[in-house]
Ligand binder design. Structure first.
Ligand SMILES: C[S@@+](CC[C@H](N)C(=O)[O-])C[C@H]1O[C@@H](n2cnc3c(N)ncnc32)[C@H](O)[C@@H]1O
Length: 264
């Protein structure tokens, strides 16, 4: 949780994507990050968000009609339920976030939307998320579900036991479900990554944990997920769409992204 005087990950991300639901503290933070810490911040956000859109479309085209979006963020252009409903008007979506602005804006956006809702909860409490009323009302756990952990697991530090978190969600899902996953990494540009880690630890209530491609692969595999082609790649390289932003070399996105499938 955060106050408006302290920058928040959700609101900095909103600003980097061109949104308006951010405070002076978030805008100042975004500019400081770009100028002094990691010049590619907005590119990282845009490349990640574009990946999310392509991956959701991929899942719907594979027949998935319901989504659980963990760390969903402040509503922006192209929200999961909008992307999914464009291809399948009956698609259902449950968003989860613990940032107050993300929760209240999402509630407002969804006021007249019967097939989507938000759970204001910490994603590190999977039992609370899975038993929440909107989750039970909107998702059918006997049918494949698209589980989204997009730019979200890097807020789960080792003490919170990310494997326990992912495994608990995974165990609730039936075979044929998909995981849409991305997370920032220090695999290249390690010094810049360290500056990002230090900055988030000092300035926000949401410190970040970078993970290597090997660590992510191990985590997903341990929880029963099988990455589909092309595996874990930089977001711009995952089923690229020429319409999506790609103004810098893909490795500057400093993120590993992929879609995995659950086959039991
Ligand atoms: C960088 S944004 C990503 C938003 C969206 N998933 C996307 O990729 O476009 C990360 C989101 O995760 C949320 N978040 C961070 N830690 C969380 C936690 N422990 N529980 C729930 N949400 C969390 C933040 O509030 C923020 O909205």
């Amino acid at each position: 949780m955060s106050s408006h005087n302290q920058p928040s990950a959700a609101r900095i991300y909103d600003y980097d994507l061109g949104g308006s639901r951010n405070t002076r503290a978030d805008r100042d933070a975004s500019h400081r990050i770009r100028e002094e810490i990691a010049p590619n911040g907005p590119f990282v956000a845009r490349a990640n968000r574009a990946f999310l859109g392509r991956a959701v479309r991929y899942c719907v085209n594979k027949g998935i009609g319901q989504f659980l979006d963990l760390g969903s963020g402040i509503p922006t252009v192209g929200n999961v339920h909008e992307i999914a409903q464009r291809l399948n008007p009956a698609a259902r979506t449950v968003y989860v976030d613990n940032e107050p602005v993300a929760v209240s804006d999402t509630k407002r956006l969804l006021a007249d939307e019967p097939n989507a809702d938000i759970v204001g909860e910490d994603l590190r409490n999977p039992d609370a998320v899975l038993s929440a009323e909107p989750t039970r009302r909107l998702l059918d756990f006997d049918q494949p579900i698209g589980l989204l952990m997009v730019a979200a697991l890097h807020y789960v530090d080792p003490e919170a036991d990310p494997e326990r978190v992912l495994r608990t969600y995974t165990d609730a899902l039936p075979s044929g479900s998909c995981l849409v996953f991305s997370q920032i990494t220090a695999d290249n540009r390690a010094e810049e990554a360290q500056r990002v880690i230090d900055w988030f630890a000092e300035n926000t209530a949401t410190p970040v944990t970078m993970r290597s491609k090997a660590e992510i692969t191990e985590l997903l595999t341990a929880c029963g997920w099988e990455l589909i082609e092309p595996g874990l790649v930089y977001p711009p390289h995952w089923n690229p769409d020429p319409a999506d932003p790609n103004e810098l070399p893909a490795e500057r996105s400093a993120t590993w992204a992929g879609v995995a499938r659950l086959d039991r």
